[in-house]
Design a protein around this ligand. Sequence first.
Ligand SMILES: [Mg+2]
Ligand SMILES: [Zn+2]
Length: 276
Amino acid sequence: MAGIVVVFDFDKTIIDVDSDNWVLDELGFTDLFNQLLPTMPWNSLMDRMMKELHSQGITIEHIVEVLKRIPIHPRIVPAIKSAHALGCELRIVSDANMFFIETILNHLGLRDCFSEINTNPGFVDEEGRLRIFPYHDFTQSSHGCSRCPPNMCKGLIIERIQASIAKEGNKKIIYLGDGIGDYCPSLKLTEADYLMPRKNFPVWDLICKNPMLIKAEIHEWTDGEELERVLLEIIGASSSMEDKSAAQTLSSADCKLQTISIGAHEALPKALSVPQ
Ligand SMILES: [Mg+2]
Ligand SMILES: [Zn+2]
C-alpha cells in the first residue's frame, strides 16, 4: 500500500495553534509583533522577533521549552503513526520554520514518520540566536504566484511533489490544511486525490465560495479525532480499491476480494456538500 502520499500543513493542522504566535504569546512579545506586522512580511518579522528575543536574554532553551508544551489534540499523534504504519509516505508543507517543526516532532516522537519537511529554514547561529529565512528567497526573484505570501507558494511545492511521485507510478495525494496558504495547493490536486480542509477555517471558506474549482474529493474535519477517523477511512478505502484493481488484473473471478473492496468504499465519509 505504498500508493498514498499524505501531505500535512503544520500549524492548526498537526498542532492546534499557530507555532509562531504560540512562541511570541508565551514569551510576552505579542504587542511588539502586532505593532511591526504592518511594516514587513510575516516571515521576515519572525526573524526580526527572534533577534528581539535574543537581545532580551531569551535563550534557545527557553524557546524549546515553550515549543515542547504546544497544544496538540491527543488523537493527532496516533493518527500520524497509524498512517505511517499503513505504508503511506508522509510529508509536511508549512509556512512555519524548520527549527520549530523539528523540535516539536522530535518531542512527540514523530520526526521519523515524515520523509520530507518543506518549510522556511530555521537554525541557531553562533551567537545562539534563532535565524528564520524565507523558503523562497524573494529578494532574488518572485515565485510568481499572487495568491501566496512572497516567501512561500505551497502550490509550487505540491507541483514539485506531483512531478516527483509521477515517476513512481500511480500515487494519490491526501492533502490536509486549514489556512489561506493551503488553498493554492488545493487547486493543484487532481481527480485521483483527496483534500481534507479543516471545517470553518480559512481554506474551507475559500473552497466553499466555488467548490467547482476543486478537482480532488473533499472530506472535511473539525478536530484531531475527526482527522484521525477520516484520514484512516480514506487510506483504508483507497488501498482496498487498489487491491481490487490488482485482484481484477490477476483474476476477475475473485468475488470475495471485490465484495470486501466495495464494502470499504461505502464506508467512506460523505464528501463535503456545499450550496451551489
Ligand atoms: Mg495551518
Ligand atoms: Zn501559490
